[in-house]
Write a protein that binds this ligand. Structure first.
Ligand code: SF4
Length: 181
């Protein structure tokens, strides 16, 4: 019997959520018995080669490339998980949302004391992704089926969510998995 297929991506995230997935430690041996990975940094498969059962998204959308990748995941994954604060709420990158984009770019590329006079230029190569007016959580771009809170969500919470989805039962994390004090 074919295994359920899982894909993962990091958008505007720090890869901490991916590290947390790996933090399931020896359970990763069980996971690779239970599922097959498709497009993911874990196996370095760059493009979808088949429809997937579960997509795990880390990070929100700060540029056009993030949006395109997220839409690709929505199209190719039956269940889409928004994993971590950046994906579910925008997270740290969304700290710029209260500041006009132009001001952010000028601060980073023109006015910063570490930028040499000769290098003062806001990047505008047409091959670069277009930066969005603000950082969007994933559910504001596509339909999301499951949200996992935390920065990052703990390995145990991610494990519980994956096992529940694979076993076809509701995700029911105990209090210990979703408290943050
Ligand atoms: S939620 Fe936290 S760990 Fe995950 S990508 Fe964002 S900053 Fe990194």
């Amino acid at each position: 019997m074919s295994k359920p297929i899982v894909a993962t991506a990091s958008l505007a995230g720090c890869f901490g959520c991916h590290m947390s997935i790996l933090d399931i430690d020896e359970r990763i041996l069980k996971l690779i018995e239970l599922v097959e990975f498709n497009k993911s940094p874990f196996d370095d498969i760059k493009t979808f080669t088949k429809p997937c059962d579960i997509g795990i998204i880390e990070g929100g959308c700060c540029n056009s490339e993030n949006v395109a990748n997220l839409r690709l995941f929505r199209k190719n994954c039956r269940i889409l998980i928004s994993c971590g604060e950046c994906a579910t709420m925008g997270g740290l990158p969304a700290l710029r949302n209260g500041i006009p984009l132009r001001e952010c770019l000028e601060e980073a590329y023109m006015n910063s004391p570490t930028v040499a006079e000769a290098d003062r230029l806001i990047p505008n190569d047409e091959e670069l992704p277009v930066i969005l007016d603000k950082v969007y959580p994933c559910h504001e771009i596509v339909k999301i089926d499951t949200f996992l809170p935390g920065c990052p969500p703990s390995a145990d919470l991610i494990w519980e969510a994956l096992m529940a989805l694979l076993e076809g039962r509701p995700i029911a994390p105990g209090y210990e998995l979703i408290k943050f004090d």
